[in-house]
Write a protein of this length. Structure first.
Length: 210
């Protein structure tokens, strides 16, 4: 994905307010060997771009002064109650260096799994993104997790996921293999099944009573 940026020569809160009133968003690009770059972008363009998942999890092409710069979206500041973008941080990307970022998880085929179809289980998505390390060329827009074979009571962990080539999961804290999803049968459903089983047992026993 790409976006267009222009230079921002004036900084400060009052200058930023004037930019926002004019339909622009102040932003900054940092990282690499160059000093931070103050830029501005069109609010409507960036607002619609931010609504797309791939804008958050892809190496972006920033068009700036007739050149294309590779950057990652790092932070977005939103207005507390308006649908307004206040400020954006981007980080420069070096094609030869590993980058650390978050990649969204896409869960597919849950509705056709034995857990749901046969057991009435509810599949909980414990986490929705992974912290990964990879070269920019290997960065996936998302990681797909196929739940078509999950059964009731089963859990899916990071080690169960086949990561794309060149992508490494980054551990945080002490959990080397965190849970990603779980298939659990609701307590009400278990109670109904148990009640149905007891009713059947009583029906079978009834003819034997005089």
């Amino acid at each position: 994905m790409e976006f267009i940026a222009t230079s921002r020569s004036v900084q400060g809160s009052s200058a930023s307010r004037r930019l926002r009133r004019a339909g622009r968003v102040p932003a900054i690009v940092y990282g690499g060997q160059e000093p931070p770059l103050n830029i501005e972008v069109d609010h409507n363009d960036i607002y619609h771009a931010l609504r797309k998942e791939q804008f958050h999890a892809s190496v972006l092409d920033m068009k700036f002064e007739d050149k294309t710069h590779s950057v990652l979206l790092r932070a977005v500041q939103w207005h507390p109650y308006k649908q307004q973008v206040l400020h954006i941080d981007f980080q420069r990307v070096d094609a030869s260096k590993l980058l650390h970022t978050k990649v969204p998880l896409h869960f597919v085929n849950a509705e056709t799994s034995p857990a749901v179809k046969l057991s009435g289980a509810v599949i909980s998505q414990v986490i929705t993104e992974l912290d990964v390390e990879c070269l920019p060329a290997n960065l996936p827009q998302y990681i797909e997790i196929d739940l078509s074979k999950i059964v009731a009571g089963q859990t899916v962990h990071v080690n169960d996921i086949k990561l794309p080539r060149g992508v490494k999961f980054l551990q945080h804290g002490g959990d080397e293999n965190p849970m990603v999803a779980a298939a659990n049968v609701p307590a009400a459903k278990r109670g109904d099944d148990a009640a149905d089983g007891n009713d059947g047992a009583q029906d079978d026993a009834a003819p034997a009573q005089e």
